[in-house]
Design a protein around this ligand. Structure first.
Ligand code: KIV
Ligand code: ZN
Length: 565
């Protein structure tokens, strides 16, 4: 960055308030939501939505639960005008939804706006003019009095038009544009003039929308400004204070949250933060932030992927993979320690208890996301994620030391091949390492028999295996099938010790619908170290024998068998 003169940017002066209340407040209820996706969001697109896409978006906004939707700037273009007509004439507006339309404070634009609204049951007419010094002095060359006059005349005309259209219930919304850059006492003066001209009452409230048209200060400054207006506006009981944060500093969500704590009643914004420049406040993040604080937002994002796909289709804008609550990667952990903690958290989480899964601020299921995508494995991952995928996708619960051993196999693969490995890749690696049917020692069949009587009775086995392609029939006895098999294998020169043994039934079942058992045996052989062997079969004993043979292959003991043969 080039060195700037100290005067080029100056910190926004804080509002002179020593008794601000908002820092002590929390958000206890949702605001009135207003989606401006079809107006502020739409006007910021490379290619504004056509009528079909606008209708698709409108229907989705209604389904999410928005009761106020700014649908167009009807005087701006024929498409905008036509869309309002299509909504009204086609009977597309649900009874509990109020459409909103934007107009500048100019006579011909206001009149055209009312033409668009003919036949609507109810509507919010949103009028704005610029009130801040830069616009007064540089853009429009207007005095403060002229700015107030402009707002008042616009409201008088809207009032007259509304009276001439008694079949439509009109609510007035007024925005002092660049509110946050406007002197507070002047913003109040204009807003009070609007409230008085409209004749607002507690039964017929006016919406005063206070936008951060351009976000120029920290969110606490916005909160101060809102609290100041909340405390100083005339006829407060006849006013709905609305927030309209933009995101130039990346703090629109925080600004909206603090603004609500400061006394606002309503929030305007767009899904996923679409809107001019860096966007309007992201209503999805704002709503789900409330949700995770125990306040139901009254908006339904239980199938957030469907909302995201419709949004992307209509706006032609991609959603960032790390976008809060919705990005493709936000319910995914690559880091091994995170995966480990998440896996443990999921195991401990009870359905009816407070959510406490580490690293996940929200239950993915609440927004229609699945647990399956939570754990992804790359070269940074550890055993936790791998174990989770093996358990959830393939029904294999790995003992801890096997997790460590197998994570080395996966790590070697990702180090060589790079990138991410899927649950399917992991299964292939596991099969190749532990279940490989092409290994030198292969199980063919076995027969168990009992030898002796009473307390002297022993378990006998006839074990048929291929060793390097040569069939062997081995016989052994022991205190159980595994012990007997080990003695049988010793007759072929293969001597191993079993360190631990586990066997579980696998969920899900096999493709044939039959239950299967997975045996996991930890084994050692002198001079060969230790490893695990794994066997899967619908017969428990067969699974155990396959596990022992798997371990023999991993220990590289086929050569010893050859020497003995
Ligand atoms: O950002 C803004 O100030 C606006 C107004 C028209 C409300 O969009
Ligand atoms: Zn805006």
């Amino acid at each position: 960055m080039i060195r700037q003169p100290a005067t080029k940017y100056t910190a926004f002066p804080p509002v002179r308030m020593t008794d601000r209340q908002w820092p002590n407040r929390v958000i206890e209820r949702p605001p009135v939501w207003m989606s401006t996706d079809l107006r502020d969001g739409n006007q910021a697109l490379f290619e504004p939505m056509n009528a079909d896409k606008k209708m698709q978006m409108f229907k989705m906004l209604c389904a999410i639960g928005f009761k106020e939707i700014e649908v167009a700037f009807p005087s701006a273009s024929e498409t905008e005008f036509g869309f309002v007509r299509q909504l009204i004439e086609g009977g597309h507006i649900p009874d509990d939804v109020t459409i909103e339309v934007l107009t500048q404070a100019r006579e011909h634009l206001i009149r055209r706006t009312f033409e668009a609204l003919k036949g609507a049951k109810k509507a919010i007419v949103h009028v704005y003019n610029a009130t801040c010094p830069t616009f007064r002095d540089t853009v429009f060359n207007m005095s403060k009095a002229e700015v107030v006059q402009m707002a008042v005349e616009a409201v008088q005309l809207i009032k007259a038009e509304a009276e001439a259209m008694p079949e439509t219930e009109i609510t007035l919304e007024y925005s002092p544009e660049l509110f946050t850059a406007t002197e507070l006492d002047f913003a109040k003066e204009v807003c009070d003039a609007v409230t008085a001209t409209w004749g607002a009452t507690p039964e017929r409230k006016v919406i005063l929308n206070l936008p951060t048209t351009v976000e120029i200060a920290t969110p606490n400054i916005y909160a101060d400004q809102i609290e100041w207006m909340h405390r100083h506006l005339e006829r407060r009981d006849s006013v709905i204070i609305s927030l309209h944060p933009h995101n130039d500093r990346g703090t629109a969500v925080a600004a909206a949250e603090l603004g609500l704590m400061a006394g606002a009643d309503r929030v305007e914004g767009c899904l996923f933060g679409n809107g001019e420049r860096t966007g309007n406040v992201d209503l999805v993040t704002l709503a789900l932030n409330m949700y995770t604080q125990g306040v139901h937002p009254g908006l339904d994002f239980s199938d957030i992927n469907a909302v995201a796909r419709t949004f992307e289709h209509c706006s032609q804008l991609p959603i960032h993979p790390r976008h809060p609550y919705v990005g493709d990667l936000v319910f995914t952990a690559f880091s091994g320690s995170h995966q480990d903690a998440i896996k443990k958290g999921f195991s401990a989480q009870k359905a009816d208890e407070q959510w406490a899964v580490p690293y996940l601020p929200i239950d993915p299921a609440d927004v229609g996301r699945s647990y399956d995508s939570v754990i992804r494995v790359n070269s940074q991952s550890g055993k936790g994620g791998i174990a989770y995928l093996m358990e959830t996708e393939h029904g294999i619960v790995m003992p801890r030391r096997l997790q460590v051993e197998f994570s080395g196999v996966v790590q070697k693969h990702t180090d060589t091949h790079g990138g991410e490995v899927s649950a399917g890749d992991i299964w292939q690696l596991f099969s190749a390492a532990y279940l490989d049917a092409t290994s030198p020692v292969r199980y063919r069949e076995h027969h168990l028999f009992e030898h002796g009587h009473g307390e002297d009775m022993r378990q006998g086995i006839r074990l048929s295996v291929d060793i390097n392609g040569v069939p062997h029939l081995l016989t052994g006895e022991g205190n159980g099938p595994i012990n007997a098999a080990m003695h049988a294998l010793e007759t072929a020169g293969i001597k191993v010790q079993v360190r631990s043994y586990e066997e579980r039934s696998m969920v899900p079942m096999g493709e044939d619908g039959n239950a299967r058992a997975c045996a996991i045996v930890e084994m050692a052989a002198s001079g060969r170290g230790e490893t695990f062997g794994v066997g899967i079969d619908s017969n428990i004993v067969t699974a155990s024998l396959k596990a022992i043979i798997s371990g023999i292959n991993r220990l590289g003991l086929a050569g010893r068998a050859e020497q003995a043969a």
